[in-house]
Design a protein around this ligand. Structure first.
Ligand code: NAD
Length: 310
């Protein structure tokens, strides 16, 4: 399996590292408009690869070098500076996606390739990439709220003293400020959240749930404030999604793709079954009335921003 990563800054490098460590690809090619940066990253990563799985990692100086890639990961573009929202990157990164997609499409098998979008604002960039590429929406996939869901599960795990592996909890909608925590569907082991709290005598009132929702939405801002950027979480999320595709695992992940038609068309995160062909099916969780309204509002925000760049 050959994988290409376009954009090898902080995120692209972290993604390459995480993918290298899965052992499920044999070749990673790196392309960045800053060729020096791509070559340096490839050199460093290739040295690191000698300590683990046998993966060939090279920089390519033009898009012909990505030929033969079955998955193309786009991690190029401006990142958030402290205080900036993801939507603040809209116009800058729309130009980046407009630049990259035609080159990618000219050099891959469009009938089978999976394009993974990491660039923010993620949901709008997925819509734009899908429109420009004309590839089936089941194969233009954003990591979306996979990372937000991981953040939620981590917070709950600490709160409950239970492994994240035993907590099913999903964040839906925008990978951004309007994301929606699906409290209704949370399960711990086989128990509903309320039943788990009753049996363990853990109190999780609405105020605590609101605080957790706020912490999930603000996690990236906090990390950027302390560290300048985020990379480990998204690196792991992208590698997890890649593994799910490569091994046809059919896990349920909160990823983003375009769905709906006409005025209803939008890309946002929902629980989706992911396998070798990309997104196999989308599941509609049962939400409370306020969660449903919040999800509709999130979709409208994404769509409005998409319409502003089209
Ligand atoms: P960075 O500045 O470290 O790296 C960006 C890289 O993109 C640079 O090396 C730059 O040369 C390259 N680039 C820019 N335009 C290009 C083009 N047209 N063609 C090829 N390469 C190009 O930024 P970063 O921290 O790596 O962030 C990259 C993107 O990932 C940002 O949009 C950021 O918001 C996003 N991000 C997403 C998530 C997520 O959960 N989806 C998490 C963190 C960051």
């Amino acid at each position: 399996m050959k994988v290409a990563i376009i954009g090898v800054g902080t995120v692209g490098s972290a993604v390459a590292t995480a993918i290298k460590n899965t052992g499920c690809v044999h070749e990673i090619v790196l392309y960045d408009r800053d060729g020096l940066r791509a070559r340096a990253a490839a050199e460093d990563l290739d040295h690191a690869a000698s300590f683990g799985f046998d993966v060939k990692i090279t920089a390519v100086s033009n898009y012909r070098g990505i030929r033969g890639s079955e998955i193309v990961i786009i991690a190029a573009g401006a990142n958030q500076k402290p205080g900036e929202s993801r939507m603040d990157l809209l116009n800058k990164n729309a130009a980046v996606i407009r630049d990259i997609i035609p080159h990618v499409i000219a050099n891959v098998d469009t009938k089978t390739v999976k394009i993974m979008i990491l660039t923010n604002p993620l949901d709008v960039m997925v819509m734009l990439a899908q429109k420009l590429s004309k590839i089936s929406s089941s194969r233009v996939i954003g990591t979306g709220a996979m990372l937000d869901s991981a953040r939620l599960r981590t917070i709950l795990s600490r709160q409950f003293g239970v492994s994240t592996q035993s907590i099913n909890a999903y964040v839906l909608g925008e990978h951004g400020d309007s994301s929606v925590v699906d409290w209704t569907s949370v399960t711990v082991g086989a128990l509903s959240l309320d039943e788990f709290c009753r049996q363990t005598k853990i109190s999780l009132p609405a105020t605590t749930r609101n605080t957790i929702t706020h912490r999930v939405r603000n996690a990236a801002y906090e990390i950027i404030r302390g560290r300048g950027a985020t990379w480990d979480g998204i690196g792991a999320a992208a590698a997890d999604l890649l593994r799910c595709i490569v091994n046809d695992e059919r896990r349920i992940l909160t990823v983003c793709c375009v769905s709906g038609n006409g005025a209803d068309m939008v890309a946002m995160s929902l629980p989706r079954i992911v396998g070798a062909s990309g997104i196999v099916a989308t599941l509609r969780p049962k939400l409370s009335a306020s969660e449903s309204a919040a999800l509709r509002r999130s979709g409208k925000i994404i769509r409005k921003n998409y319409d502003s760049i089209i």
